[in-house]
Design a protein around this ligand. Structure first.
Ligand SMILES: *[C@@H]1O[C@H](CO)[C@@H](O)[C@H](O)[C@H]1NC(C)=O
Ligand SMILES: *[C@@H]1O[C@H](CO)[C@@H](O)[C@H](O)[C@H]1NC(C)=O
Ligand SMILES: *[C@@H]1O[C@H](CO)[C@@H](O)[C@H](O)[C@H]1NC(C)=O
Ligand SMILES: *[C@@H]1O[C@H](CO)[C@@H](O)[C@H](O)[C@H]1NC(C)=O
Ligand SMILES: *[C@@H]1O[C@H](CO)[C@@H](O)[C@H](O)[C@H]1NC(C)=O
Ligand SMILES: *[C@@H]1O[C@H](CO)[C@@H](O)[C@H](O)[C@H]1NC(C)=O
Length: 293
């Protein structure tokens, strides 16, 4: 009962804080892409009499309670976080939460407090870094001069991504690098790197473009150079498709027409010949008749 009252007081009044962190194992920085779920976990490494675990979000030195777990009241996610946070593993010595569908607003440092009696709170401080990285877009064009291609790769992310071009064929080199960095309204950056690839191209040479932000997994796109040209051609010739359909329709029509026409012509010719024959047959008859008449 005394425990219960104490826990209730903790619940209502918050916690005492000793600030000890050494006995807590937690992640220093958790990285998550926009839209992903992020898990923050804390583990108390020493055996203590833990009454409650409290999760807080720190921003500008203000701590907001996010969620609590204790034996008596179980798991509780505070108002304003109910759609955002859930417990992954609720335990008094090992406690983790999941921040769902992370956005830029979820970025920052969090605190896990193991509230013990009589020592007070042991605090862990995992931080969440939210990044954004879209798949890079690569374009390879033939340049004016022979044995030269203009490769350009563009990637959008937050913070600004770095772009690395590569080529599978060793005797080909990139030169004349040029990078443009555009800042978008939603705090992302679109970085475009253009370079000239020169040398004599073998078949199925691949050009790669890797985009990176922070230490998050990079995103890489590989394109086979001749394929790219086809794709490029296909993309720019989209409007031609209907033209080709119409054109081929016309062609088929013409062929059908030509066939039918030839057939008819042949038929007519035959008929005419037969007719002619008949006529010629008839004529003598007719003429014969005529003669008879
Ligand atoms: C603590 O929880 C993590 C997952 O959140 C789990 O991998 C680990 O095994 C747990 N450790 C203990 C001692 O229960
Ligand atoms: C994730 O959050 C974004 C922005 O808050 C929202 O538009 C989207 O619907 C959410 N997705 C899911 C699966 O909840
Ligand atoms: C390629 O040719 C066009 C005109 O035909 C010219 O405007 C452009 O500067 C040339 N580009 C290079 C890289 O030489
Ligand atoms: C792009 O610009 C931003 C802000 O000016 C900067 O932080 C970033 O380092 C730049 N990135 C590149 C690749 O130039
Ligand atoms: C931010 O803007 C870029 C470019 O306008 C867009 O590609 C990206 O999807 C946007 N990100 C979000 C989370 O809306
Ligand atoms: C590319 O670089 C390699 C070594 O750096 C060099 O041997 C080769 O001649 C270069 N090729 C071209 C086409 O410049």
């Amino acid at each position: 009962m005394a425990d219960c009252v104490l826990v209730y007081l903790l619940f209502v009044c918050g916690v005492f804080q000793t600030g000890a962190a050494a006995v807590i194992q937690t992640q220093q920085t958790v990285m998550a892409a926009v839209g992903e779920d992020a898990e923050l976990s804390c583990q108390l490494l020493e055996t203590k009499d833990v009454l409650q675990v409290t999760w807080q979000k720190s921003s500008n030195d203000v701590e907001t309670n996010v969620a609590t777990y204790n034996k008596y009241f179980g798991q509780r996610v505070n108002d304003g976080f109910t759609d955002k946070v859930k417990f992954k593993h609720a335990g008094l010595w090992n406690c983790s939460i999941v921040i769902r569908n992370v956005t830029e607003q979820d970025e920052g440092c969090y605190r896990c407090l193991f509230n013990t009696y009589p020592e007070g709170a042991f605090i862990g401080r995992p931080c969440l870094q939210v990044y954004e990285l879209h798949e890079p877009v690569v374009d390879v064009r033939e340049s004016n001069s022979t044995e030269e291609w203009v490769v350009s790769c563009s990637a959008t992310g937050r913070p600004a991504p770095t772009i690395t071009l590569s080529v599978s064929q060793q005797d080909l080199n990139f030169s004349q690098y040029n990078t443009v960095n555009v800042s978008n309204t939603n705090a992302t950056f679109t970085v475009t790197t253009t370079a000239v690839l020169s040398g004599s191209l073998k078949q199925s040479t691949q050009v790669g473009c890797a985009a990176r932000v922070l230490s998050a997994p990079h995103r890489e796109v590989m394109v086979t150079v001749p394929e790219v040209q086809q794709v490029y051609a296909a993309a720019t010739a989209d409007y031609n498709v209907s033209f080709w359909i119409i054109a081929s329709g016309v062609a088929v029509g013409q062929i059908v027409f030509a066939c039918v026409a030839t057939f008819i012509a042949v038929l007519l010719k035959k008929k005419t010949r037969r007719g002619t024959l008949r006529t010629t047959n008839k004529i003598p008859q007719k003429s014969a008749n005529d003669i008879i008449d």
